[in-house]
Design a protein around this ligand. Structure first.
Ligand SMILES: C[S@@+](CC[C@H](N)C(=O)[O-])C[C@H]1O[C@@H](n2cnc3c(N)ncnc32)[C@H](O)[C@@H]1O
Length: 226
């Protein structure tokens, strides 16, 4: 079971290096206890044993933002979604190190999980540094498209928040155009500083750090569901 090939077959996509033994143990022992059930409707009671606010992070990468938010708001239930095994292993490490009991993980497509939640059930959805799909012919694969956004809008409570972070100028412009065409979200930006400055309750992600190291500007969008 510790063989990385077996783990890859059982637990989906992986990137980069082989899992070390400690990481394999996290996947074998901890992940099954934190995984979102594979079938059926989902809600806070099924996931956390009680009614509580819910937030979803789409593509949590290495999980530092997810863990930071979960640590800051222990009364909220967090659902982190990420198809890559290495990212899931990173999140498991953070969850263990910070002793978090309010995170559940889905190793796969976030929209599959969001669809199974009740309408108007989410307090917040995070989409931080999504894959930019820079070629025009791949634009329909971007998460910032009306199909995925319709789903996110339906599942957010009125007054709930959708957060987007990106350092990609094309993706930034694209996202603004898409969101401008919608009347179900209100952009929370009064001055340029509002979207050029990371809010205090927005932990830095690995991609964001990398972008800043490379000298890129980063844009932070907060939209309230009307
Ligand atoms: C560029 S990385 C950013 C990771 C992280 N949010 C950060 O800022 O460091 C984008 C991530 O989104 C994940 N992703 C792409 N499509 C996804 C989907 N449909 N559901 C969940 N995660 C997805 C990818 O696997 C990848 O890890």
């Amino acid at each position: 079971m510790n063989d990385p090939t077996t783990i890859r077959r059982l637990y989906g996509r992986r990137q980069g290096h082989k899992l070390r033994q400690g990481q394999a143990a996290l996947v074998e022992e901890m992940l099954p206890t934190l995984s979102v059930p594979e079938e059926g409707p989902l809600d806070a009671v099924r996931l956390f044993g009680e009614d509580r606010p819910l937030q979803v992070e789409i593509g949590f990468g290495a999980g530092e933002h997810l863990a930071g938010q979960a640590e800051a708001t222990p009364g909220t239930g967090f659902i982190g979604c990420e198809p890559f095994l290495n990212g899931v292993v990173g999140a498991l490490g953070h969850i263990r190190d910070r002793d978090l009991s309010n995170v559940r993980l889905h190793m796969g497509d976030a929209l599959e999980v969001i669809e199974r939640l009740p309408d108007a059930s989410l307090d917040r959805v995070y989409l931080l540094h999504p894959d930019p799909w820079p070629k025009a012919r791949h634009a329909k694969r971007r998460m910032m498209n009306h199909g995925p956004l319709d789903t996110i809008a339906r599942k957010l409570k009125s007054g709930g928040e959708f957060r987007l972070g990106t350092d990609d100028p094309t993706y930034c412009h694209w996202s603004m155009m898409i969101m401008n065409a919608r009347d179900d979200f209100e952009w929370q930006a009064r001055t340029p500083a509002d979207f050029l400055t990371r809010p205090a309750d927005w932990p830095e992600t690995r991609y964001e750090r990398k972008a800043r190291r490379q000298g890129h500007e980063v844009w932070y969008f907060r939209y309230i569901r009307r």
